[in-house]
Every structure is written in structure tokens, then in C-alpha cells.
Design a protein around this ligand. Structure first.
Ligand code: SAH
Length: 242
């Protein structure tokens, strides 16, 4: 791999987002990139096989949330359907004081997350192999998080059922979306109502190196939700709230 080029692309991306960084941070991302590309040859972690593309589409895209995170940095944060760690791990590298929980239903991906946390010496990260529908019924995880994040897991109406049950009243769910953000919001009115969510705003992002419109949807959890949600594993996908 051409380390110097990767280093430059990453540094430029971080500067564009006005993120402060030092050499340790750059080294962490480069090691993550190396392990991601290497492990991806053994089993499918990501469809992106070009390292430069992975820097933009996984690392930089994950970090677009950083300027919008609150100043307090011990907040409990959960990333649902994190896959190979996106956006949770890049966010944790930049904000090491966040307490981060990473959830994915694929065992091999969770094993990979554990290797990364170990290699990058990330503290206060919990990697959980579970389906969101089940974990959200566990009182250790239900309605306790200040912030929930999710990228590329599901359309918003379905995503709300998988993610809002983790967020405490007054907390925020931030969904990473494409240009479909506004269409998805229109179809999610009923889910917002049933799950106690309110759209705070939608930030349209201009990120050099990332083509296609990107949006972050900020959803405030207004009230605690009925114990009926989330429904049993598979049901939210089969019969999404409409
Ligand atoms: N967030 C990552 C991965 C997106 S792919 C990224 O942006 O690159 C969606 C991931 O969600 C997959 O890794 C899949 O295993 C996981 N997933 C799908 N349904 C899930 C569920 N019900 N609960 C937890 N994880 C789920």
C-alpha cells in the first residue's frame, strides 16, 4: 500500500472537516485501513476494495458527524449495524472519551471489530454480537444512550424501530443518509409518532472526495416508548411501520 498517499488523503479529509489531529490519529487510521483491506480478502467486510476509496467512503464519511457532536465527551454512544465499524470506530478515534457500543448481527464482523479495538488500543468500546431487535429489550441497553448512530442499515421508517429504543428521552439519533433523506422522512411520519421521535434537522453535507449527496438526519427522542417496540426479530423488516 502506498502509505504516503493514504496519509495525505486522510489528512486533507480531516482538515476539510476542521478536525484537529496528530500523528497518532493518522497512524490509527492507517492501521485500521490495512487490517480492513487485508481481512476483506478473507471474508466480506465491505464492497470497497480500493484503499483510497475506503478512506473517503468509510473514514471521512463516518467523520462528517464530528462537527455536530456535543462538547461533553463522555456521552454514551451506540452504533447499530456497524458492519466493519462505520461510523462508530472513526468517531471513537477522533473522540476517545466517548463511551461507544458497537452492534452487529454478523459474528465475523464483530470479531473483526474486537481485533481493531485491541490493535488501536481503544478504551471504553463494547462490541456486541446481537440483533438490534433483541438487544433493545435488554435493560442494560434500552433507552440509556445519549447518542445513537447508524449508517446504511435500513430505510428511515424501519431504522427508527431498530435504533430509537436505545436512545434515552432527550437523547439524539443521527442517521447517515443519501439524497433519499427527505423522501424517507416523508415515509417515516407514523414511525416517528409511535417511537417518540421528532426530526430536529437535516444537514446536507458537502464533502470533497465523496460523490453523491450525503445528509445527516438529527432526530430527538422526546418520550419513552411503548414496550411493544421493537417487535420480534425480522418483524420490523417484514412489516415496516408505515
Ligand atoms: N454501518 C456499516 C455497515 C452497513 S451494512 C457501514 O456503513 O458500512 C448493515 C450491517 O448491519 C451489516 O453488517 C449487518 O450484519 C448488520 N445488520 C443487519 N440487520 C441487523 C439487525 N437487525 N441488528 C443488528 N445488525 C444488523
Amino acid at each position: 500500500m502506498n502509505e504516503q498517499i493514504h496519509r495525505e488523503i486522510l489528512a486533507k479529509g480531516l482538515r476539510n472537516l476542521k478536525i484537529d489531529f496528530d500523528d497518532q490519529i493518522v497512524r490509527s487510521f492507517l492501521r485500521y485501513l490495512e487490517l480492513l483491506m487485508q481481512t476483506n480478502k478473507e471474508f466480506n467486510l465491505t464492497s470497497i476494495t480500493d484503499p483510497e476509496e475506503a478512506i473517503y467512503k468509510h473514514f471521512i464519511d463516518s467523520l462528517t458527524v464530528i462537527p455536530f457532536l456535543p462538547e461533553q465527551n463522555n456521552q454514551k454512544t451506540i452504533d447499530i449495524g456497524t458492519g466493519a465499524g462505520f461510523p462508530g470506530i472513526p468517531v471513537k478515534i477522533i473522540k476517545p472519551n466517548l463511551k461507544v457500543t458497537l452492534v452487529d448481527s454478523t459474528k465475523k464482523k464483530v470479531n473483526f471489530l474486537r481485533v481493531i479495538c485491541d490493535e488501536l488500543k481503544l478504551k471504553d468500546v463494547e462490541c456486541i454480537h446481537a440483533r438490534a431487535e433483541e438487544l433493545a429489550r435488554n435493560t442494560k441497553h434500552r433507552e440509556i444512550y445519549d447518542i445513537a448512530l447508524s449508517r446504511a442499515l435500513a430505510p428511515l421508517n424501519l431504522l427508527l424501530e431498530l435504533c430509537l429504543p436505545f436512545v434515552k428521552a432527550g437523547g439524539t439519533f443521527i442517521a447517515y443518509k443519501s439524497k433519499e433523506a427527505h423522501n424517507e422522512i416523508k415515509k417515516a411520519e407514523r414511525a416517528l409518532e409511535l417511537l417518540g421521535g421528532r426530526i430536529l434537522n437535516v444537514k446536507k453535507l458537502e464533502v470533497p472526495g465523496i460523490e453523491g449527496e450525503r445528509n445527516l438526519i438529527f432526530i430527538k427522542k422526546m418520550t419513552c416508548i411503548s414496550s411493544a417496540y421493537p417487535r420480534r426479530p425480522g418483524i420490523p423488516q417484514k412489516r415496516p411501520i408505515e
